[in-house]
Design a protein around this ligand. Structure first.
Ligand SMILES: [Zn+2]
Length: 486
């Protein structure tokens, strides 16, 4: 009989936060698992949600899977248009597509970029699509919608209320695991990331009963599923951290007269306005509306605060999460090269390093526009602030103000009878390593040309690394065919 692997993905989970919350709330199930686990820091660059989860589930870098953030820039009738990336845009086969191809059964709940379902190779799988950037959830097979209608209604109703939504996602996932056969069960939850951005005190002070209840629910789920599974994995797409120092490469370019800067109302002021009008719960999934309103304001030239937003004649930033994607797109290669030369010169001040995107990521699926990849010196507590430079009174490219953002150090934890205990959070594995590791645990061939390697969870697995490599392009062909049919 094939193995059973349960993987819980917690968005933004740093290894140190996992240990902190487990100790403070006495989450006994996870505590026991940690004590017997293979525990590592998971490196995820750039530390952003869509790129991280896609790299994790495909084992390849963004130039091979095609996801570059939240915002997909494309040209239609000569004009630049944007949309949010969807399941159709993932250009490399995903773990649960590969396992399905080999006849293994999966339950996949809330995995980012599984909306719409038509963009996925779904044979053998039970899938409840993601809720992060989707208007509602989508299911396969369709009978799930009927079977789980009470949960699905609650989730759709609370799609912007992180804690409520998480509560029902856990219930739904448990129901599916109890009622369907599975070899692979994947659940991704938006905590702690979303809570960190909305109410960081819930995380550190643990003074909110609802948040604490969710963490206890997660602990119970892990306790229950780890008894049913041969292997339990806890992973994240990136970590979270507090930074004191901020650097804005665009401010340097502006200062040198290379690019212009738009004047616009600040994001925070806009959030406050939306909060007054719509209340708190509305904010968590409001990226799109906020970015739209900001564009509207920039057109009105509200000079309330100097702020960088995309200037389509010069540069483009991700509309949802510019800070964490570390990518700046330029209208022309010529402009990109000028900016590259200038920033390479001044980056000698050690605040950041700048690369051409193709120097860091090799593959076929680059963004439509030439790009720079800017890596802040996060090890020194410095982070990017592409839009929040305090430029109103003085041109200041580098400033101090403590605030929370993503961090490239996420979590990798594996537990099970055949996993050797090794608690070494000082050691790093790559986000690309998870796909080949899980395939090796299932004894399945590894895709060619992936960026990851098998994590040596036991001595047998090390031997498996020499086993055959497979070409899974057939999955992509079937997906394309399906897309045509719809
Ligand atoms: Zn995330």
């Amino acid at each position: 009989m094939a193995k059973k692997i349960f993987m819980l993905g917690l968005d933004g989970l740093s290894p140190y936060y996992l240990v902190y919350v487990v100790n403070k709330l006495q989450l006994h199930n996870i505590q026991q698992i940690i004590n017997k686990s293979y525990f590592r820091t998971l490196l995820s660059i750039p530390p952003t949600t869509f790129i991280g989860w896609t790299s994790l589930i495909t084992g390849v870098n963004p130039a091979k899977h095609g996801i570059w953030g939240f915002t997909h820039f494309y040209i239609k009738s000569g004009k630049i248009n944007t949309s949010i990336f969807s399941s159709y845009d993932v250009k490399s086969p995903r773990l649960f597509e590969i396992t399905a191809f080999h006849g293994l059964k999966s339950i996949v709940v809330n995995y980012p970029l599984t909306y719409p379902i038509e963009g996925i190779y779904i044979k053998n799988n039970v899938i409840v699509s993601d809720t992060l950037a989707s208007p509602r959830i989508d299911c396969f097979p369709k009978k799930i919608k009927k079977l789980c209608s009470s949960f699905i209604k609650k989730i759709n109703k609370n799609i912007t209320n992180v804690l409520e939504k998480t509560y029902y996602l856990i219930r739904l996932f448990e129901y599916l695991c109890n009622n369907f056969d599975w070899n692979l069960a994947l659940l991704v939850l938006d905590v702690p990331d979303k809570i960190f951005h909305i109410k960081p005190s819930y995380l550190w002070k643990l003074n909110n009963n609802k948040f604490n209840r969710i963490m206890r629910d997660i602990d119970n789920l892990v306790g229950h599923l780890s008894q049913n599974a041969d292997i339990t994995l806890i992973v994240s797409d990136h970590g979270l951290a507090w930074y004191k120092k901020w650097v804005n490469p665009l401010a340097y370019l502006y200062k040198a007269g290379i690019i212009p800067c738009n004047y616009t109302i600040s994001y925070n002021i806009l959030r406050k306005i939306i909060k007054i009008i719509y209340g708190n719960t509305f904010l968590s999934n409001m990226h799109l509306v906020i970015s739209y309103l900001m564009q509207l304001h920039s057109r009105l030239h509200k000079r309330s605060r100097l702020r960088f937003v995309s200037d389509i004649n010069y540069y483009l930033l991700d509309e949802v999460d510019a800070e964490n994607t570390w990518i700046i797109l330029f209208r022309t290669s010529h402009l990109r090269d000028i900016c590259y030369n200038y920033l390479s010169k001044i980056s000698r001040n050690f605040h950041f390093e700048v690369y051409k995107l193709e120097e860091i990521f090799r593959g076929k699926y680059y963004p439509l526009f030439p790009a720079l990849f800017v890596v802040p010196k996060y090890e020194k507590g410095i982070y990017l602030s592409l839009s929040y430079a305090q430029l109103f009174t003085e041109i200041n490219s580098y400033f101090y103000k403590p605030a929370g953002r993503h961090h490239p150090y996420g979590t990798f934890l594996a537990y099970g009878r055949e996993i050797e205990k090794s608690l070494r959070v000082d050691k790093i594995v790559s986000i690309y390593d998870i796909l080949p590791t899980i395939l090796a645990l299932f004894n399945l061939p590894i895709p060619q040309n992936i960026n990851g390697k098998i994590i040596p969870l036991n001595s047998n697995l090390i031997k498996a690394s020499t086993s055959s490599k497979a070409d899974y392009n057939i999955i992509l062909k079937i997906k394309k065919l399906r897309r045509k049919l719809y």
